[in-house]
Design a protein around this ligand. Sequence first.
Ligand code: HEC
Ligand code: HEC
Ligand code: HEC
Ligand code: HEC
Ligand code: HEC
Length: 217
Amino acid sequence: MHTSTKLFALIALLLGGSAIVANSDVHLPGNHQGYEPVQPIAYSHRLHAGEIGIDCLYCHYGAARSRHAGIPSGRICMNCHSVVTDSFDNLVEERQRAAAAGEQPKRTISPELRKLYDYMGLDKDLKPASSPQPIPWVRVHHLPDFAFFDHSTHVAKGVACQTCHGPIQGMERVRQEKSLSMGWCISCHRQSIPTPTCVAPEGEPSHVSTDCVSCHL
Ligand code: HEC
Ligand code: HEC
Ligand code: HEC
Ligand code: HEC
Ligand code: HEC
């Protein structure tokens, strides 16, 4: 009773009596299919998750354990970028130059990685010089607060990241591939069976809940 009262209030508030619920592909502000914001560092999923092949959960480990997938802190980047300070091509070129000249290779730093080191508070020798700042990544996907979504329950059932986010491992810059509209959520719930093997247990409904209160608490 309590939850449906809240839901009713929500609907009244949102619709002011009109009939948007029937047209569930209507979008709310802040949720934009195709949104592809420029990020503070030109971090590439195509390079890291595609070419290098780093697992999504190495950086977004929250997706398997909690509601939010989470954005990794700069410290995770530094696991590699304390050593890899430039593109592979530039690092190799500097090594060859140094070898030919009989010198030690000099450290070269790419402009994009310099931005990472600035946020990490590291100077030109990569020594701590000021306090680290969080990287101000621009959020791409965003559901309104009144819609409840939990990554871990979906990931545990084997729904692939790409089903909801598209081919991220091919994107230079992340874009919102799907509508994330209510109709989109519900059409998968109508088709899905809540077991990993896709066989509904005896006597269980053969689809995932489409009750209003499962997504609107
Ligand atoms: C090396 C770390 C790393 C790996 C590996 C990685 N990501 Fe990301 N991901 C990031 C960072 C940093 C951002 C924030 C900047 C951006 O949007 O590009 C991000 C952003 C995202 C976003 C957008 C979040 C938002 O703002 O709405 C999605 C979706 C995403 N990643 C999915 C994936 C998937 C799927 C994979 C595997 C195919 C993956 N990521 C692999 C670091 C990583
Ligand atoms: C069933 C659909 C679905 C699946 C599967 C899914 N996501 Fe998401 N993801 C979403 C939705 C919806 C949002 C927006 C959530 C919000 O605004 O509360 C989101 C947001 C994100 C974000 C940014 C906000 C946050 O939660 O930190 C990242 C990063 C992300 N997803 C990564 C991933 C990765 C990596 C995987 C696979 C391990 C994955 N997602 C699987 C639907 C999905
Ligand atoms: C597992 C190791 C690894 C992790 C973790 C990692 N990177 Fe990288 N990254 C690389 C490698 C290797 C290259 C160089 C690839 C090449 O040039 O072919 C690279 C290249 C880059 C470049 C391009 C450099 C240039 O100018 O050419 C940027 C920018 C970058 N990474 C940012 C990040 C950020 C931001 C994070 C954390 C969210 C991150 N990386 C995490 C391994 C990693
Ligand atoms: C590609 C298929 C798919 C899409 C898209 C999808 N879901 Fe689900 N959802 C599932 C499956 C499968 C389950 C069953 C999980 C279980 O039984 O534990 C589920 C379960 C749920 C649950 C109940 C379990 C929990 O997490 O509390 C909620 C709430 C939910 N989904 C919300 C959403 C919302 C909101 C969206 C859209 C933003 C969405 N889902 C999109 C497949 C999907
Ligand atoms: C599987 C999850 C899910 C279920 C079940 C669900 N909704 Fe939604 N609903 C959403 C999401 C996600 C949004 C936000 C869509 C957006 O941002 O475009 C939403 C948005 C809404 C809105 C705002 C207007 C609109 O259409 O976008 C209303 C009103 C609403 N839902 C009412 C309901 C009612 C009433 C029910 C039961 C008949 C219901 N919802 C069932 C996920 C769900």
